[in-house]
Design a protein around this ligand. Sequence first.
Ligand SMILES: Cc1cc2nc3c(=O)[nH]c(=O)nc-3n(C[C@H](O)[C@H](O)[C@H](O)COP(=O)(O)OP(=O)(O)OC[C@H]3O[C@@H](n4cnc5c(N)ncnc54)[C@H](O)[C@@H]3O)c2cc1C
Length: 424
Amino acid sequence: MTAPGQGGPPAAADVPRRNWAGNVRYAAREFHRPATTDELRRLVAGSSRIRAVGTGHSFNRLGDTDGDLVTLAGLPPTIEIDRERGQVTVAGALRYGDVAQHLHTQGYALANLASLPHISVAGAVATATHGSGQTHGNLATSVAALEMVTADGDLLRVDRDDDTFAGMVVGLGALGIVTRVTLDLVPTFDLRQFVRLDLAPEALDEALGSAYSVSVFTDWRTPTLREVWRKQVVDQSPPEADWLGTTAADEPRHPVLGMPAENCTVQLGVPGPWHERLPHFKLGFTPSSGDELQSEYHVPRASAMEALAALGDVAHLIAPVLQVCELRTVAADELWLSPNHLRDSLAVHFTWVDDAAAVLPVLVEVEARLAPFGPRPHWGKVFVTDPAELAARYPRYADFTALLTDLDPKGKFRTDLLDHYFPR
Ligand SMILES: Cc1cc2nc3c(=O)[nH]c(=O)nc-3n(C[C@H](O)[C@H](O)[C@H](O)COP(=O)(O)OP(=O)(O)OC[C@H]3O[C@@H](n4cnc5c(N)ncnc54)[C@H](O)[C@@H]3O)c2cc1C
């Protein structure tokens, strides 16, 4: 099957020169858009320094390189469903939104999605992108197999039976260029999305566990948490009128105050398919605010209330540079570099104003307050964590570093940011 909006003649001019937010201008010497896997293999084999870019929705220099930058958007946009195994194998450059639309027409779904459907599968998986729901792992946990071009240009396929598979899925783009990803499927399902206003912080725990996927938004300016977005299966009863002391939103909302709600997926309890309710933002519209930076930290789910109280001490620093803060849950997994490694998590996300000079000092304070909870930053967002501290928060960090050296001995896929966090 060929997905919509992909393919077309390969042209290096189509490779993005900067990330989606515009805060990173890629420093690559050359930009490439191969049309076949063989062309990609030759490119990788002949390059001394190379990285793949997905849809460029990361906020840091993890994916930047001073060598060759390659998009896989010119490769055939295949989606192959294996009904017997309940899995789908997709071209890594495809966007989750395009994959989801096709799966739904075939009676299938993915267990979870991020807040936006615009991101590529390979790019999202590489950074352990997640949605919400305390029984759902991040998006990388649905990966059953990967096909990648390794540093010497070989094609490598790994699946859950391989010893190092758990180290390779959240690969930060550092182990190889992922051409195809196999994902677990579930039967398609419908959800309803209710937005509730003014949650008392004491009720946070209960609210987060109240439905399939729950997001809580706050701007750290008011004593209550501003909005709860409850995405629930259709046969769960709607929240009662006075649910946890909140009131019902009587019109659609955008997470960022003042932004148009028409960019957002349908609310007010109208039933709809999973891929049109799990993300906050519609595929055809701009997600979030656009002029922004993002950071996110995963802390143990059991420490949620304490971690929030610690951040409350610096609310006066956070609020002036914040557009919105989102709280979500993610189930524990075994992937080596997953921020949810062996830990049910609360993910504390910040959409900042687009002003790095103003935001960075606040990030230092935020990280200091969260330090007692061993925060693991989102790999694709802005963070300032000390490398030794970060290493200490991942039990398999040394194993991942060994995997890096093993698969990429000459550092072909390395970037400055990787060298900083995984010194050779
Ligand atoms: C508006 C907005 C909302 C967001 N919401 C969420 C959210 O709800 N949850 C969440 O967890 N994150 C969220 N993010 C962050 C985003 O999901 C991640 O940064 C994700 O990695 C972006 O995917 P991408 O395809 O744009 O990857 P890119 O930013 O292009 O690349 C990310 C990394 O993956 C590598 N990579 C890309 N393609 C390949 C490949 N084929 N093979 C090997 N490596 C590859 C790159 O080299 C890079 O290191 C959001 C970002 C934005 C801008």
